[in-house]
Write a protein that binds this ligand. Structure first.
Ligand code: ATP
Length: 380
């Protein structure tokens, strides 16, 4: 997976110690009988964020969203929205709307009727309803489809109607459970950008559940990576990708090479690690704050690994191996290089030349190497 090109948003309120969180979870746990779906989650989310909860099946993402919506009550812990303790506030009194995976549009109603439904239930004046529906349809460019029924729309169009139906109620917080799951790959990618643009225009805080790491990377201000009911790391896409805090997060997001090893030197500006798997010493330009002799892992992304037919200088961060596989992906090729230890290293290289014009071929003996600042030491 390609790294996220640049942080999409300039505002990073979580960096500002004076910024007030809009949503706060304090040590929230939710059990269903003997199943603990959410375990001691503490989390702050700021106004205007598009925050993604990312994790594998059954890790507790949907339960966390349902706790925020008020469809579930925490077993322990407290929840605050805009400074108000909403732990005991029922769903219909929270300034929150939830958009479900299935969209749940009414099949017998037109697009307009579907969007207006929630507003009518609130008994708003007819003119306000008409204006809000029109604004919503304009926002997602669906004015021409106003009188159609859901079965006369494409999956992407239905998704946009469901989004407008949630937005016209003007919630302060919109919760989205796998909002793009029903769309095919091409439409999904286009809709990701559309959704981000709409969210930026309306300025409503979005919390989105997804199991798709690329989707989370592309769309989010920050990502919370979940495993077995816990949040393992929270960070901007770039931070979670470049500086994973554990082997779980490193391997969950994108591909990565992991070298196990033993710390032989740990200084404020570097760590030196003996790695049998790599067959060399690994030098990383940050401290790991662990004792000498500790078992750690060094993670290096494939796009940070280079290959060469000549031996790199120095005696660290490179290994000799044999090219066992070259996976051609159009824009890049992934070289699978087997080291003497049997470990396979992946190096992702842009296809600047055609395969037939390159020096490195299958079964060639080559060197893989990387810069010291591109390794990350993982202690858990
Ligand atoms: P997926 O991506 O598959 O939807 P998820 O991360 O959203 O998964 P949750 O739906 O939050 O996961 O479920 C977390 C755990 O809690 C699972 O083990 C699930 O079986 C369990 N669980 C969720 N809801 C209930 C319930 N109402 N009763 C009992 N167990 C539940």
């Amino acid at each position: 997976m390609a790294p996220h090109p640049a942080p999409r948003r300039q505002l990073e309120p979580w960096q500002d110690p004076k910024a007030k969180p809009y949503i706060t979870l304090e040590n929230v746990t939710k059990s269903f009988g003997s199943t603990i779906a959410v375990r001691g989650v503490s989390l702050s989310i700021y106004q205007g964020e598009l925050f993604s909860l990312l994790g594998g099946s059954g890790c507790g993402k949907t339960t966390l969203l349902r706790l925020l919506a008020g469809f579930e009550k925490p077993t322990t812990g407290r929840l605050y929205i805009d400074g108000v303790d909403v732990t005991d506030v029922p769903a219909y009194e929270r300034p929150v709307n939830m958009m479900f995976q299935s969209y749940a549009l009414f099949p017998h109603m037109t697009v307009v009727q579907n969007i207006a439904f929630g507003l009518k239930q609130e008994r708003l004046p007819a003119k306000i309803i008409r204006d809000r529906v029109k604004e919503g349809l304009d926002l997602v460019q669906m004015g021409a489809f106003a009188e159609r029924k859901p079965h006369q729309l494409s999956g992407g169009q239905r998704q946009r109607v469901a989004l407008v139906r949630s937005l016209v109620k003007q919630p302060k917080l919109l919760l989205l459970d796998e909002p793009l799951a029903a769309l095919d790959k091409g439409l999904r990618e286009r809709t990701q950008f559309e959704l981000v643009n709409i969210q930026e225009r309306v300025g409503i805080t979005f919390i989105m559940v997804t199991h798709d790491q690329e989707e989370a990377m592309t769309m989010s201000s920050r990502i919370g990576v979940m495993e077995e009911g816990r949040i393992r790391q929270i960070g901007a896409p770039h931070d979670v990708y470049e500086f994973p805090n554990s082997q779980f997060v490193a391997e969950f997001i994108g591909s990565i090479n992991i070298f196990e090893g033993v710390v032989v030197e740990d200084e404020p500006d570097h760590v030196l690690i003996d790695s049998e798997a790599a067959g060399c010493q690994l030098y990383v330009t940050h401290s790991a704050a662990v004792p000498v002799g500790a078992q750690v892992a060094v993670a290096v992304r494939p796009e940070k690994v280079m290959i060469s037919t000549t031996q790199p200088s120095g005696n660290r961060n490179y290994a000799k191996g044999i090219v066992r596989e070259i996976a051609y992906l159009g824009d890049i090729s992934i070289y699978h290089v087997e080291l003497p230890s049997g470990k396979i290293i992946q190096a992702a290289l842009p296809n600047l030349f055609r395969l037939s014009e390159r020096d490195v071929k299958w079964e060639d003996e080559i060197y893989v190497f990387w810069h010291a600042e591109n390794g990350v030491v993982l202690t858990s």
